[in-house]
Every structure is written in structure tokens, then in C-alpha cells.
Design a protein around this ligand. Sequence first.
Ligand SMILES: Cc1cc2nc3c(=O)[nH]c(=O)nc-3n(C[C@H](O)[C@H](O)[C@H](O)COP(=O)(O)O)c2cc1C
Length: 186
Amino acid sequence: MTTTPAPRVAVLFATAQGSTRDIAEYICNELAARGARAELHDIEHAPDLTGFDTVVIGSAIHEMDLLPQASAYIRANLPALGGIDVWLFTVGLGPALRGPVGRWAGRQIPRKIGAVIGALDPRDYAAFAGKYEREGVSWRARTMFRLLGGTRYGDLRDWQAVRQWTNRIAHALELPHAQAITTDHP
Ligand SMILES: Cc1cc2nc3c(=O)[nH]c(=O)nc-3n(C[C@H](O)[C@H](O)[C@H](O)COP(=O)(O)O)c2cc1C
């Protein structure tokens, strides 16, 4: 009898303040709990991709773009990434915007991120809400946030959305369903 080896997954993240790392960690732990050989790495210390079946890349959004270390990594590794299943997620404010204008604005993919999606051709792309602390945000940025339908600050993450997307990855990898919720999020 032959057994299929567990898929190898690299979960790479680029974060400034930690919320993207938490989401990447959740995805990694959940896939590992379902039997994948999943590893979590800061994108600046990503392993050689040889032997990986799937790569999940997550980056915070700053100034309507991926963080520079994520863009640099993707640019430098496009040929290798072309031969692997890639799943891409970003963490920003869009999904937390409310009201008709906010929901419309939140669905827009910034031009530079659209270009990365075009080049990477990921299996799927997801935009998640992150953390947005009022302190340190300029008056101009606060006004823009309010006008676009931002109603609150703090931890805006939607773990249900993260869980659903992780399930899609697990399904694509043909991993068994978790017997029970095995991993926690912060
Ligand atoms: C300097 C700065 C610029 C930002 N620019 C954007 C932006 O253009 N679009 C957006 O959706 N969110 C923007 N954000 C919000 C961050 O994406 C959000 O806080 C996210 O949770 C950060 O992820 P991290 O905790 O992993 O760094 C910005 C935040 C900072 C601090």
C-alpha cells in the first residue's frame, strides 16, 4: 500500500505591526493541525522553495502597496513561484470599511497590488482587515478613513473570514477536516 506524503506548505509573511503575522500563524497552525507539513517564515527569511507544494504569502498594505520586503521577494522569486501553487493575502483597512461608499472602496484592489496578482497568478487572493490604532495616524489619514466609512479603530480582524479562506486552502490540498477546532487565534 502506498501513502501520499503530506503536502509541504510555506507560509510567508511581511508585517510592520504584527497583525499579518498573527493571521499567517493561524493559517500555518490550522494547515499543520490538518496534516500538512506547514512552516511559518518571515518573508525576509524564506526557505528555498524546492520541495514545497504550496506557498501562502501574506503582506500588510502600506500606501496602497505590499510592504517592500514582500514586493522584493515576489519579484526576485517569480520563476520559482511560477511552478508552485501560490495563495496571496493582504492585510489592510478595506474590508473594515462600512456603508455604500466604504464597501465599494474596500473592494477595490490597489493598482500595484493588482499588478502583483497579475504576475503571480495565485490560486486565490484574499484581502483581510487588520489593526488600525488611532494614535500616530495623521489628521488627514483619520479624515479619509472616516469619509470612506471607517467607523472604529483597534483590532478589525475578521477571524471567520480567515478561517473560511484557510478552509479553501485545506480543501485544495485535500487535507482532512479537523476533528475539532484545534488551533486558537489571539
Ligand atoms: C504607514 C501606514 C500606511 C498604511 N497604508 C494603508 C493603505 O494604503 N491601505 C490600507 O488598506 N491600509 C493601510 N494601512 C493600514 C495597515 O495595513 C493595517 O494597519 C494592517 O493591519 C497592518 O498590518 P501589520 O500589523 O501586519 O503591519 C496603513 C498603515 C500604516 C501604519
